[in-house]
Design a binder for this molecule. Structure first.
Ligand code: C2E
Ligand code: MG
Ligand code: MG
Length: 651
């Protein structure tokens, strides 16, 4: 009898691994399934190995023991070889390269050696050419036993070589742990070759699998454990691998439109509970392929589910899910929470086959699809111009900056008191050869997000300085031109230097340029921004606060800022038809004027609105009623025309 203690020790090790797998909830997903299968099969092999060894050594051979030993040998050979097969499959799944065995030929080649083993074992009871167990001789190997070893070696060597090749798909730690399974198994085989009684193989296998469990199967790396969903990083990683493996899947993007509000309302902890319940709800849906449905969270408000292509979340199911969860939470916190959701269904790779596009659509579908339908099939929007622009925005911006496709348009601003146009706001456009004239609402946020706002801002600034230098503003009756500055520009420590060199290059008087910063810029005010603003003011530039009424409108802060103008956002005009709306506007304007600031109201589209604003005492009005933003030369013609004809502005 061999030294069975190693075999015996391996059994609790396998049981511990299984226990840990279940307690760490590593029960979903193909890689987890294969790993658990690997450990189970290894456990059965170890038990079967003992089933061969114990009777041989401890008891005299009897017919019953012969049968027991024979059955154990069959189980051992079947299972031990299966561990090699499953280990190789595990490796393929872990490295997301299982597509390599997806076609028929590959499948046949892959299963051929194992099939040969099964055939060998099936014919063994008749031929006894693999092994034989008799009461007289006990267990004895027959010549074809070598075939079993060769078959095991085929999977083992292929797996070992492949795992070396897979280095680039895995981190060093994971890769070394995977290699260790093979290295330990080969070491055991070599030791056993020289010392046949040592029976180290199953023990070494258990150690290798334990290393893999500790180093490779780390659900906490993939999980957002506060909510029981996979993390956003895992989503990106899985998408990349799905595309690489040409797998067909469906991605269901659930966007909680008011997720941020719900979070603010519930607080972080309750919000996590809320998301945990959503995850539970999604899991309880009767998916056709429940093991395939993986749930991911991109904090704070976007959930992704990757399913088989024929498995889908209907609008009804989604709504039901979210209202039930909402109801539950409402009962819990004794307050009203109602989630508003939009869902996008992306078939991959049919609708989209690039990682960035899939990520981008998940983020932007509710903005791109303005129809406000709750479920948006990606196929309906991926060919739209808006999506193309959103997806290519980085290239568009690069091209615009590099090839000078940035164009400034100017919108006149009407001075109520003098009845003439006294200034203009410079508004940027991009004239893209492929996508046409693009408005800043589309590309400014993208430029800010991608760190391109500074180079874009530099182009804008230069164009505005050039425009001011090329035209005699006095002759046009304009006091100054307004230019928008974004937060990043305000925080650029080189900003005053850039302005200084431009004013020298173009011979522009700084008093001719009024710089608009938004309320949100000012909310994020930083030391460097204040330094910039003060330095520019010292150089002679003036400032205006844009979009007043859209943020928190901190009156004290506004009072402290040396502002020349305040621009009231056009959304404020939505209320102008009501008595209350007019009262608020009137008193806001008075308050500002009393503190020495002048007011522009933007967004006036009709004569009635203009008249109301005039009656309320507004200083300046900007809006489509007078003119839309116009390209430089058209704008100049417009102003000249108004001056020559001395027509009341806008009529
Ligand atoms: P903003 O600075 O508040 O500019 C006013 C916006 O209101 C402009 O939109 C203008 O076309 C629009 N507008 C003016 N009158 C009316 C009207 O009567 N009705 C309607 N519906 N709209 C009116 P635009 O040109 O699309 O610019 C949007 C925003 O993009 C700007 O809002 C500004 O925040 C930003 N932006 C524009 N140009 C620049 C720029 O050169 N640099 C930076 N950093 N931001 C810019
Ligand atoms: Mg503005
Ligand atoms: Mg504005």
């Amino acid at each position: 009898m061999g030294n069975i203690y190693f075999d015996i020790c391996s059994i609790p090790l396998f049981l511990i691994i299984l226990f840990v797998c279940y307690s760490r909830r590593m029960t979903k997903g193909n890689a987890n399934h294969l790993f658990i299968a690997l450990v189970l099969i290894s456990l059965i092999s170890a038990v079967a190995d003992l089933g061969i060894e114990i009777p041989r050594g401890l008891l005299p051979m009897s017919p019953a023991l012969t049968v027991f030993c024979t059955v154990s040998t069959y189980i051992y050979l079947i299972m031990r070889n299966a561990t090699n097969v499953v280990l190789l499959l595990f490796l393929l799944h872990l490295t997301q390269t299982s597509f390599l065995i997806r076609n028929k030929v590959a499948k046949i080649l892959f299963s051929l050696p194992y099939t040969a083993l099964v055939i060998l074992l099936i014919q063994n009871p008749i031929t006894h050419n693999v092994f034989i167990v008799t009461a007289e001789t006990g267990y004895a190997r027959a010549p074809l036993m070598i075939a079993c070893y060769i078959i095991a070696a085929i999977y083992g060597i292929v797996g070992f070589v492949y795992s070396i090749f897979c280095r680039r798909y895995l981190t060093l730690r994971k890769w070394l742990s995977l290699l260790s399974i093979y290295v330990l198994a080969y070491t055991a085989v070599i030791i056993q070759f020289f010392k046949p009684d040592s029976l180290l193989e199953m023990f070494f296998t258990a150690v290798g699998e334990m290393l893999v469990m500790l180093a490779v199967m780390r659900p906490e790396e993939r999980m957002d454990s506060d909510v029981g969903m996979l993390s956003w990083a895992s989503y990106r990683w899985d998408i990349r691998n799905i595309l690489r493996s040409h797998e067909h899947v469906q991605i269901i993007v659930i966007r909680l439109q008011n997720g941020r509000e719900i979070r603010n309302y519930l607080g972080d902890q309750k919000y996590n509970e809320y998301l945990t319940r959503i995850a539970g709800g999604i899991r309880s849906i009767k998916w056709k392929h429940p093991n395939r449905a993986e749930i991911y969270l991109e904090r704070p408000d976007t959930i992704y589910i990757i399913t088989e292509p024929d498995d889908t979340l209907t609008e009804d199911a989604a709504r039901h899910l979210l209202t039930t969860v909402g109801e539950d939470v409402r009962k819990d916190v004794n307050m009203g929470v109602r989630s508003e959701t939009r869902i996008c269904l992306i078939r991959c790779p049919e609708d989209l086959s690039k990682e960035e596009d899939i990520i981008s659509l998940g983020h932007k579908f509710s903005k791109i699809d303005s129809r406000e339908q709750p479920v948006v099939p990606a196929g309906e929007i991926v060919n739209s111009q808006t999506f193309a622009v959103e997806v290519h925005i980085e290239d568009i911006l690069d091209r615009a900056i590099g090839e000078n496709l940035v164009e400034m348009h100017y919108q006149p601003i009407y001075d109520v008191r003098s009845g003439r146009f006294c200034s203009a706001e410079a508004l940027v456009r991009i004239r893209d050869p492929e996508f046409g004239l693009l408005s800043p609402g589309v590309f400014i946020p993208a430029a800010e997000a991608q760190g391109l706002i500074i180079p874009l801002g530099d182009v804008i600034t230069e164009q505005v300085f050039r425009f001011v230098s090329e035209h005699d503003l006095d002759e046009l009756g304009l006091d100054f031109v307004e230019m928008n500055l974004s937060v990043a520009q305000c925080m650029d420590s080189a900003l005053p230097g850039k302005f200084l060199s431009l004013q020298e290059k173009y011979g522009v008087d700084p008093a001719r340029i009024n710089l608009e910063i938004t309320e949100t810029t000012y909310e994020n005010v930083s030391e460097i921004m204040l330094e910039n603003i003060n330095e520019l003011i010292g150089m002679g530039y003036t400032f205006a606060l844009d979009d007043y009424g859209t943020g928190y409108s901190n009156i004290q802060r506004i009072n402290r800022l040396p502002l020349r103008l305040i621009t009231i956002d056009k959304t404020v005009l939505d209320e102008i038809s009501t008595e209350n709306g007019r009262t608020i506007l009137e008193y806001t304007m008075r308050m500002m004027q009393k503190t020495g600031k002048q007011l522009v109201v933007e967004g006036a589209e009709t004569r009635e609105v203009v008249e109301t604003l005039e009656n309320l005492g507004c200083d300046y009005i900007q809006g489509f009623y007078f003119s839309k933003p116009l390209p430089g030369d058209e704008f100049v013609r417009f102003i000249e025309d108004k001056r020559i004809n001395k027509t009341p502005a806008g009529v």
